[in-house]
Design a protein around this ligand. Structure first.
Ligand SMILES: O=C(O)C(=O)C[C@H](O)[C@H](O)COP(=O)(O)O
Length: 213
């Protein structure tokens, strides 16, 4: 793949972030769950799906979820260039990481893939900006200080826009989405552990998709 210049990649990340107010963060324990979960989330209005590489079947889940019309499937918990390349081989359309290392950032730039690196403080954001990334995850959002922390961090770093993730809930999502620096939030609450209940997942997705921003 030809590497895209960083600005184009930022626009591509922003497109993913603007698909819906919430990006579901998914931990797929059983490959049989992948299709019903993706179908229910997309039906409920959440097309961007982040499949975390925390389970054995995550890479296969990316392949399967991509079959759902309208789904935009990305990989989360991408920690190394090897994780990144396995995700891309499976067809991941965007990459999310809990943090940022120069090695991983460079691998994402070389691959020309939309990349949402995790940041938790001003230095993290400055490193990301230095590398050409300005659409960022804020992680762990609540533990790192919640909305007041992100408001303070983003005030001098105007180029950066965020997807807070980690401790975001249906109760606090609106407060995050009201911040100027926030384009969307990430969260796992729409899909509880265990055998998926498609109707419940779709209903939770519909509420999440209806959040104002
Ligand atoms: O796996 C990753 O790449 C992460 O960075 C962590 C996830 O974003 C959070 O674990 C989601 O947090 P909750 O919505 O509080 O469950």
């Amino acid at each position: 793949m030809t590497a895209m210049p960083p600005l184009t990649l930022s626009a591509a990340v922003e497109k993913v972030m603007r698909l819906a107010p919430v990006i579901p963060v998914l931990v797929i324990e059983d490959i049989e769950h992948a299709l019903p979960i993706a179908e229910a989330l997309v039906a409920g209005g959440l097309p961007a799906l982040e499949v975390t590489l925390r389970t054995e079947c995550a890479i296969e889940a990316i392949r399967i979820m991509k079959q759902v019309p309208g789904a935009m499937v990305g990989a989360g918990t991408v920690l190394t260039p090897d994780d990144l390349s396995r995700s891309l081989d499976a067809g991941a359309e965007f990459i999310v990481s809990p943090g940022l290392t120069p090695t991983l950032g460079q691998a994402a730039l070389d691959a020309g893939v939309p990349f949402l690196p995790g940041t938790a403080n001003a230095s993290d954001v400055m490193l990301a900006l230095e590398m050409g990334f300005n659409r960022l995850k804020f992680f762990p959002a609540m533990a790192a200080g919640g909305p007041p922390a992100l408001k303070a961090i983003s005030a001098p770093l105007l180029a950066a826009k965020f997807c807070p993730t980690g401790g975001v809930t249906p109760e606090n999502a609106a407060e995050w989405l009201a911040l100027d620096a926030v384009l969307c939030v990430g969260g796992s609450w729409m899909v509880p552990k265990g055998k998926p209940d498609a109707a419940k997942i779709e209903a939770a997705a519909r509420v999440a998709a209806g959040l104002a921003r």
